[in-house]
Write a protein that binds this ligand. Structure first.
Ligand code: PXL
Length: 266
């Protein structure tokens, strides 16, 4: 039987991020992909590609999780963009009712289309209600600052300290992403599970952030865990998948490019 992975994530219609990216990543890594949508994001080409954002009704989110977990045996789930405090409550309740072995959280803290006030409520709800249920978290530079409470992260040593603080606060395995934000020729991520600190490094590909890279990383961790990999093995494979997806990124008519997972080979 093919292992099943579930994404609880938003739709980003252009295929560069969100559930679309998660499903492609799941498929590329040989898992059976399923998705429960939490919100719908439509970039606005007439307004600087801002995010038009519509949350899915909380009960509908719960229904989708009920449906996927009734049809399939699912022990590994990825959580992407949730979007509102009400969505977060619905997902937290659905998670608490089930006993998932791996809950991989991509802590998407802000989305361009949201009101700053609303985004703050959402961030707080994510920290309070979802993070305690997560087993593995993949914060980017900005999210690592926010979750660790550190004032600045400028070196790999800072990133390591931040990963430790997040682990110790939330009792979760951390893969903190330095990405293109930290200086240097390599994109360095720091893995910390309470015992091992491991730096995952690969040469930067350009200096621009590529849309969907974070979704791909967390989805790849999820697929590997669903297949039975250890957390560290999953992190290593995910780093390779993201690097390949960025190398093979796809441009279009927007001023940003999107990751492509289809060229990755183990
Ligand atoms: O990459 C973060 C992200 C996640 N999920 C959805 C998104 C985005 C960014 O656009 O739209 C649905």
């Amino acid at each position: 039987m093919t292992h099943v992975a579930l994404a609880i994530a938003g739709s980003e219609a252009t295929g560069g991020a969100g559930a679309q990216t998660d499903l492609k990543t799941f498929h590329q890594l040989g898992t059976f992909g399923t998705a429960a949508l939490t919100c719908i994001v439509s970039f606005d080409p007439k307004n600087d590609w801002g995010h038009r954002f519509v949350p899915v009704e909380p009960q509908v989110i719960r229904d989708q999780i009920e449906a996927t977990t009734a049809v399939h045996d699912i022990d590994t789930v990825k959580i992407g963009m949730l979007g509102t405090p009400a969505t977060i409550d619905a997902v937290a309740a659905s998670l608490a009712e089930r006993d998932f072995t791996n809950v991989v959280l991509d802590p998407v803290l802000i989305c361009k289309g949201q009101e700053p006030g609303a985004a703050l409520d959402t961030d707080n709800a994510l920290k309070e209600k979802i993070l305690p249920l997560a087993t593995f978290v993949t914060p980017n530079h900005f999210e690592t600052l926010s979750l660790s409470g550190m004032e600045s992260i400028e070196t790999v040593e800072d990133l390591t300290e931040a990963a430790k603080r997040i682990h110790d606060t939330y009792d979760v395995t951390v893969l903190a992403k330095g990405g293109v934000v930290l200086p240097g020729v390599d994109a360095v991520d720091v893995f910390y599970d309470g015992e091992q600190i491991v730096q995952l490094s690969s040469p930067k590909i350009g200096e621009e952030r590529v849309s969907g890279a974070g979704c791909t990383l967390a989805a790849a961790v999820t697929a590997e865990l669903a297949k039975g990999a250890s957390e560290l093995e999953a992190a290593r494979t995910a780093k390779a998948v993201v690097t390949s997806s960025i190398e093979n990124r796809q441009g279009g008519h927007a001023p940003f490019e999107a990751v492509y997972q289809g060229a990755y080979r183990a």
